[in-house]
Design a protein around this ligand. Structure first.
Ligand code: AMP
Length: 193
């Protein structure tokens, strides 16, 4: 495998399939999957203060403040082995500040290799989110999260496109087909590099 694909970010609206495709990619490339949302849910479940604080924002569909999220990622990546052998970041970065922090955390030795944008229309993600029934998936919080996606996260698409790291993937269709599209895109890039 490919150095380009080894350190990877998945962007996309909530419900676009970042978690599912992220896990598949990690199995395929033997890298670790890091979902900030999952980390918060796990730490809230066992009563860790930062997790409980994060949950207050999550339940309302708000973004967890940048400093809390960045600390969690920084701590996880403080061990160079975590970065060196690759990762799939799912749900981080979600703001320009977080994107900048990520660059600093990774440094010049292990820069990001690829950013995938999983593109799924809003109507379809709403349908998917209502169907999965997670605690924070109320109509109100879903609406708010999509609004925040447009304001805060969507601009990252241009940022990474300008850096030549972005690949857009059509996220509509069967899980297996979407995964194949991702692999095809990664392989096509490897041919170029
Ligand atoms: P997810 O599991 O990615 O759907 O995230 C669930 C929730 O966790 C989001 O709605 C946010 O409230 C919070 N969250 C996860 N990652 C981030 C992040 N990078 N920045 C801010 N909030 C986040």
């Amino acid at each position: 495998m490919t150095t380009r694909g080894a350190r990877l970010v998945i962007l996309g609206k909530q419900g676009a399939g970042k978690g599912t495709q992220g896990e598949r990619l990690c199995k395929h490339f033997h890298t670790q999957h890091l979902s900030t949302g999952q980390l918060f849910r796990d730490s809230a479940a066992v009563g860790v203060p930062a997790g409980l604080k994060a949950k207050e924002y999550m339940d309302r569909g708000e973004l967890v403040p940048d400093d809390i999220v960045v600390d969690v990622v920084k701590e996880r990546f403080s061990n160079p082995a975590e970065v060196q052998y690759g990762f799939v970041l799912d749900g981080f970065p979600r703001t320009a500040n977080q994107a900048e922090a990520l660059d600093q955390i990774l440094g010049s030795q292990y820069p990001l290799g690829l950013v995938l944008d999983l593109d799924v229309p809003t109507d379809l993600v709403i349908e998917r989110l209502l169907g999965r029934g997670r605690e924070d998936d109320t109509r109100q919080s879903i609406r708010r999260r999509l609004e925040l996606y447009d304001q805060e996260t969507k601009p990252l698409i241009d940022l990474y496109r300008d850096r030549g790291l972005l690949v857009q993937i059509d996220g509509v269709g069967e899980e297996e087909k979407v995964f194949q599209r991702i692999l095809d895109a990664i392989h096509a890039l490897d041919q170029l590099s």
